[in-house]
Design a protein around this ligand. Structure first.
Ligand code: ZN
Length: 218
């Protein structure tokens, strides 16, 4: 009798040990994966509008990316320097906003290198990213571009509406994590509507980062 008891007890103990007291750890929370958004501004630098945008970005501790047009750089080099010194990323947006799919390969190279050199001359560094005007590209164009070619995931159509109160609704309706938002720092309406966008996205928990930072998370 006592031997049976011993055996049962052993089985009973084994049962507990094997099956029952297993705790599942809670899913680990990845603290590095906060929501991120890349605000991008094309076609500048602009002497007043870019500066207004820079002040708004500072107010929200936001970093952004500016795709600049080469032939504006000499005239507004102080604006470009200011943009760079405040910690924003500088991108190449061709020399004169040409549709690259309509010109020769050599002309594409010239559009890129002249703008790269103008940026380097102004800020002491080459740009880190490229965006084609109108988003127009093909394999031949892409093959000669040595920088990451950056498109966008949300087009605010700010160039079309030119209406400050339209900016936030355009962002809201398509917003997603790691979004790349297309805007233009040559339209006053974009500067006027930007604070509502910054405020909303900040409330939603987004961190404002450069395009190159977003690419690391994609
Ligand atoms: Zn453009």
């Amino acid at each position: 009798m006592s031997s049976i008891y011993k055996q049962l007890a052993a089985e009973f103990q084994k049962g507990i040990k094997d099956g029952s007291i297993v705790t599942t750890p809670p899913p680990t929370k990845d603290t590095s994966s906060s929501k991120k958004v890349a605000l991008t501004f094309d076609d500048g630098p602009h002497p007043t509008i870019t500066m207004e945008i820079l002040d708004l970005l500072d107010k929200y501790n936001a970093k952004a990316t500016f795709f600049v047009v080469g032939n504006r750089i000499d005239r507004y080099s102080d604006v470009l320097i200011e943009t760079f010194e405040r910690g924003h990323e500088i991108g190449n947006h061709t020399w004169n906003h040409t549709n690259l799919t309509t010109i020769s390969t050599n002309q594409v190279k010239e559009q890129l290198s002249s703008t790269n050199n103008a940026i380097k001359k102004a800020i002491g560094q080459y740009p880190t990213v490229f965006r084609p005007p109108y988003g127009a590209k093909n394999n031949q164009v892409v093959s000669v571009i040595e920088l990451p070619v950056i498109m966008w995931t949300i087009d605010t159509l700010d160039w079309k509406y030119r209406n400050a109160s339209n900016l936030l609704p355009m962002v809201k309706k398509s917003m997603h994590n790691n979004a790349i938002i297309l805007m233009h720092d040559i339209h006053q309406s974009t500067a006027d509507g930007l604070e509502s966008v910054l405020k909303y996205l900040q409330e939603q928990g987004y961190e404002f980062v450069t395009v190159s930072e977003i690419l690391q998370y994609k």
